[in-house]
Design a binder for this molecule. Structure first.
Ligand SMILES: [Zn+2]
Length: 284
């Protein structure tokens, strides 16, 4: 019986359904990719993980392949996850379950001393921060279905990383979330480059993130640039990789001047450098 099951799965893998997951163990806050090889009569539709649905897209450079990015929330606990792949076989909808193990990212803790008014918010600031959060969420949920990138991502600046993604943050002795991006050492006025081609979807001075630019790269991928002192772009503008989008600064909730660089994919906030590295290796 066991042999038979193995054989059936083997046959379906070879003759009909063909997928490869880049890493079946992934830490919270990181992203993995499932690659599909196109097969006759098979239509790859979507990937479902928990309540989230991830689209399956055409590979940008390889006509014979498709892919889906699977971001894991920072708050996900270590566990086995069932990933459901929906596809059609000769027009008939089917599904296949594969297993994904979410492991603990083992992020360290870091203590931060900031202005008291940036941790315990007054009524006006509270309202402002919640409006800004809602605005950002609206942007992340309405992404351009079209792919806007055609080559590898780059770092927003060539500088020392002073704080990595995922560190549990203790602001003024109170645990208050986690570090949502990567910090680069940058004195005020350092040029910031667009990590890849995209459309500017937000240019704004916000309560926590200060001078902020968000770029939409299409298909649910965004990069964000915080604490800026000056903007070089306008909302709606198309930009090319390495274009200078503005200058670094010391605005918002900061302990000193730096660039905070972060990324979203499929609505999830993930480690930006791991995401870029994955995309550069697998897609471009
Ligand atoms: Zn930061």
């Amino acid at each position: 019986m066991k042999f038979l099951i193995t054989l059936v799965i083997f046959a379906s893998t070879i003759f009909a359904f063909n997928l490869h997951i880049s890493d079946s163990t992934v830490a919270n806050g990181k992203t993995t990719i499932i690659e599909f090889t196109k097969e006759k009569n098979i239509g790859y539709k979507k990937v479902i993980l928990g309540k989230k649905v991830h689209k399956i897209y055409q590979h940008p450079l390889d006509a014979s392949k498709m892919y889906a990015l699977i971001p894991i929330s920072y708050y996900e606990k270590p566990s086995d996850k069932k990933v459901k792949i929906i596809y059609t076989d000769k027009g008939k909808e089917k599904n296949k379950i594969i297993l994904l193990y979410v492991e603990d990212g083992k992020y360290k803790q870091e203590k931060i001393k900031v202005q008291k008014s940036k941790v315990t918010l007054n009524k006006k600031d509270k309202k402002r921060a919640s409006i800004e959060y809602a605005q950002a969420m609206k942007i992340y949920s309405a992404s351009t279905p079209k792919n806007l990138i055609h080559s590898k991502f780059i770092a927003p600046m060539d500088s020392k990383i002073t704080s990595s993604f995922g560190k549990a943050r203790v602001y003024n002795e109170t645990l208050n979330g986690y570090h949502s991006g990567t910090d680069y050492r940058a004195k005020v006025g350092t040029p910031i480059k667009a990590s890849n081609d995209g459309i500017v979807v937000l240019v704004k001075d916000r309560f926590y993130s200060g001078g902020t630019v968000i770029l939409d790269h299409g298909r649910g991928i965004y990069t964000c640039y915080y604490h800026m002192s000056d903007f070089n772009v306008k909302k709606g503008q198309k930009i090319k990789k390495a274009d200078v989008i503005g200058l670094s600064g010391v605005s918002g909730r900061v302990t000193g001047p730096h660039l905070h660089f972060s990324a979203r994919v499929g609505g999830e906030q993930v480690d930006p450098l791991q995401l870029i590295d994955l995309l550069n290796k697998k897609l471009f």
